[in-house]
Design a protein around this ligand. Structure first.
Ligand code: MTE
Ligand code: LUZ
Ligand code: MOS
Length: 752
């Protein structure tokens, strides 16, 4: 099964927001944003900008007819600042001009007078000053306090992990135009059309039915457009509403990097207690999340950090506390893994520190404590169809870990200045939005009289291949060629009240809805065939490869003929269906429940080579055994795994988001923010499929793949750790990701 989207992409035929032919007379917007991280607006002077060439209008908070509010979970974020500015790059005014260049020229002419306040960029400082967005969140299992005395070793430490820029190829943008009856239509590059619709309706003081949002596809989202496409869409909606003309706004790369939030940096304290055999008895952890200046999705992300704080290990006594710290940075947001990777990085760090103290290889502790069937997670759910150990064992055997270890040791004995390091990284990731309410989707399926099919769902195609998977569902249910199936744009008039395409559950939720809708139509078609073929009760009707079979024998009825006959009988060839993940719940007050439909497991083995003279390194190989369930599209799933692994590796190694203490982003271009390129990719990536049939909540038993493999990338940090140790065994590692070349070099020669 090929991915139709990819064929179009390589031919340059796929359309993105900026490729759409804009309506006649479309105006262009540019955003004026706060030049400081924290302060009070005293006054603006917009005159010069308004008189600038090509400028039509400059809009500020005063021009908002509805409520100046875009906060999705907590209403704490204004579309346009009108009093206090909380971060550098916070939108203050929108210039609308005849063309993009004029709009940008005029932005430079806006004068603003501010009273500057001191800025906080560090989450621990925010915590000390009581700047928390929500009260501390705690997950616990057993009782850590009573078991420390039974531990043979206890290790405490601190771990830092950095932010990460999404670098979606298509920057944030939107196009909005007025429609009949005072409404607005918005074309947006969003993962969540309903979030855009809701926010724009609030801004414009319109009912939601007067705001239509349409999405063709995204040039990548990676979580960056789960919540943060809303502002730009609302701005174009506001401008189009006020000026009664189409307005387009596309951020350039630098604007996008400066104004939008990123993966949350975390600073964490851990304490881990083990027996001398390496069994973990207790784990206590405190997470300080750098949320930025508004809640955005931070609280949900904080939850997922807690859900994944023990990764794929069973730890009988856990106490995990998480703080959502408000700082003067752009609001940080969803990024593939959604807080999970940050939690997992800390438990892995704790295990590595404990291994040093126990003088064993960290993999011994990792393996010792892997989840078994029925083990309880700190949030009360029990591990089911647990693949933690099967994946680990298969990786160890298939990739011959013992031999690889020998090779590394031999190499390191022979080489003084070049050292190799290896690490294993098991993962366990829960599938479902942790906010149970969001686990629903809908599909609208039309079979046209020529036998072709059009499908609308809530799913957003952003490169992950969800449209191809939805096509496959319909083609499989009807047993017709997938070329007969078209996936329509995602539109709020055809799929209402949608959840974002996120949490890796786009294919599951929308696929299940498509499955139900197609089965409804198939039932009617089967009934119609029974009438046409005048069958009796014992006869068996089947649709196979576009032919109707009666008792296993082909009839003269093809798919197309049956569709026409059914239409002629005035039977509906359309169906709308809704799917909600069954049997999941979470009691927030108790922090217990069964929030996930299922878990995804796997193990990676990562090898690196470090040049200990220069602090540079290469990735030799990443070898993975991953639990795909029964993959419905191995090509797409493998590519998702490879992309996610690379993104995880980037986060841990060379991608470094740097803000000054004054909240100024220094890494605001592709020359200062380094993403992995083709030369940086591992020399070898192997992804082995661990097949299993469970569980049924996955579409066609094909498990969600979007996010889980990102966390294999965490293993590279520890492979580098081991290489550093091989060079200088006495080295005390200061745990701070990413391990950039500079940091690694300092680690080798400066810290001891
Ligand atoms: N793959 C590509 N090519 N582009 C993307 O933006 N986003 C990731 C992942 N894979 C993304 C991607 C993220 S963050 C998620 S949550 C899932 O895709 C969402 O899609 P799914 O639910 O259909 O897997
Ligand atoms: N978004 C969300 C997510 O709202 N809830 C989640 O649990 C989640 N998980 C991963 C990615 N996005
Ligand atoms: Mo993905 S972080 O759930 O958009």
């Amino acid at each position: 099964m090929k991915n139709y989207d990819w064929l179009q992409h390589v031919r340059g035929e796929s359309l993105f927001l900026d490729d759409l032919t804009p309506p006649e007379g479309t105006l262009h917007a540019a955003v004026f944003s706060s030049p400081i991280a924290h302060g009070k607006i005293i006054s603006f002077n917009l005159e010069e900008a308004k008189n600038s060439e090509g400028v039509i209008e400059v809009l500020t908070a005063k021009d908002i007819p509805g409520e100046n509010q875009i906060g999705a979970i907590i209403p704490d974020e204004k579309l346009l600042a009108d009093d206090i500015v909380d971060f550098r790059g916070q939108p203050v005014a929108i210039v609308i001009a005849k063309d993009n260049f004029s709009a940008h020229q005029a932005v430079k002419k806006i004068k603003i007078e501010l009273e500057e306040f001191s800025a906080i960029t560090d989450p621990r400082e925010a915590f000390q000053k009581g700047q928390l967005i929500i009260p501390p969140q705690i997950f616990s299992l057993g009782d850590v306090d009573s078991v420390w005395k039974n531990c043979d070793v206890i290790v405490e430490g601190t771990a830092e992990s950095g932010g990460q820029e999404h670098v979606y190829l298509e920057t944030q943008g939107s196009l909005a135009f007025p429609v009949e009856g005072g409404g607005i239509k918005i074309i947006s590059s969003t993962q969540s059309p309903t979030a855009v619709q809701r926010a724009a309706a609030r801004i414009l003081n319109l009912p939601m039915n007067k705001v239509e949002v349409d999405v063709l596809r995204l040039g990548g989202g990676f979580g960056g457009k789960e919540d943060q496409a809303t502002a730009w869409a609302s701005m174009t909606a506001l401008a189009a509403f006020k000026l009664k003309l189409p307005v387009k706004l596309i951020l350039n790369r630098q604007e996008d990097m400066r104004m939008t939030g990123k993966r949350h940096p975390y600073s964490s304290d851990f304490k881990i207690g083990l027996t001398k055999e390496g069994k973990i008895l207790a784990y206590e952890v405190y997470f300080y999340q750098n949320a930025g200046a508004a809640a955005d999705l931070s609280t949900a992300i904080l939850d997922r950090t807690l859900f994944h704080c023990t990764n794929s290990y069973f730890i009988p006594n856990v106490k995990a506390t998480a703080y959502c710290c408000k700082t003067n940075l752009p609001p940080n947001t969803a990024f593939r893994g959604f807080g999970g990777p940050q939690g997992m990085f800390v438990i892995e760090s704790a295990i590595y520190k404990a291994a040093e103290k126990l003088r064993v290889d960290a993999s011994v502790i990792q393996e010792n404590n892997l989840l078994n069937e029925g083990d309880e997670f700190p949030y009360g759910q029990k591990s089911k169809y647990c693949m933690a150990r099967p994946a680990w064992q298969k990786a160890v055997e298939k990739f011959n870990l013992a031999e690889m270890k020998n090779e590394v040791e031999l190499f390191n004995q022979k080489n003084k200045l070049i050292k190799k390091g290896a690490a294993l990284m098991p993962i366990c990731f829960g599938i479902s939005f942790t906010n149970t309410m969001l686990n629903q989707a809908s599909a609208l399926v039309h079979v046209y009289t020529d036998g072709s099919i059009g499908i609308s769902t809530a799913a957003i195609e952003m490169g992950q291949g969800v449209n191809m998977k939805l096509r496959q569902v319909a083609s499989e249910i009807f047993s017709i060629d997938s070329s007969k199936v078209k996936i329509e744009t995602t539109n709020t008039t055809r799929a209402a009240n949608t959840s974002a395409t996120a949490a890796s559950s786009g294919a599951d939720l929308n696929g299940k809805a498509v499955e139900i809708a197609c089965k409804n139509i198939l039932d009617r078609l089967t009934m119609s065939a029974q009438q046409e073929l005048k069958t009796n009760e014992t006869d068996k009707i089947e649709l196979k490869n576009e032919i109707i079979y009666l008792n296993g024998k082909p009839t003269e009825f093809t798919w197309n003929v049956l569709v026409q006959k059914t239409y002629a009988k005035r039977i509906s060839l359309s169906s709308q269906a809704h799917y909600a993940t069954p049997n999941i719940y979470f009691d927030k007050a108790k922090a217990k429940g069964e929030p996930f439909a299922y878990h995804v497991y796997g193990t990676a083995i990562i090898h690196v080579t470090v040049d200990c003279l220069r602090g540079t390194y290469e990735i030799d190989s990443v070898k993975v055994v991953h639990d795909f369930g029964k993959s419905m599209n191995p090509t797409i799933d493998r590519s998702q795994a490879e992309g996610a692994i690379m993104q995880g590796i980037g986060w841990m190694t060379i991608e470094e988001v740097i803000y000054t203490k004054e909240g100024k982003l220094l890494t605001d271009s592709m020359s200062t923010y380094k993403v992995p390129d083709v030369y940086f990719t591992p020399k070898e990536i192997q992804v082995d499929f661990l097949e299993n049939l469970n569980p049924s909540a996955a579409i066609f038993n094909s498990k969600a793949i979007g996010e889980p493999p990102l966390m294999y990338g965490i293993g590279i940090y520890f492979a580098l750790w081991n290489a550093i140790k091989a060079f200088k065994p006495s080295n005390e590692i200061k745990i701070s990701a990413p391990m950039t070349n500079e940091k690694l070099l300092m680690m080798l020669y400066v810290y001891s």
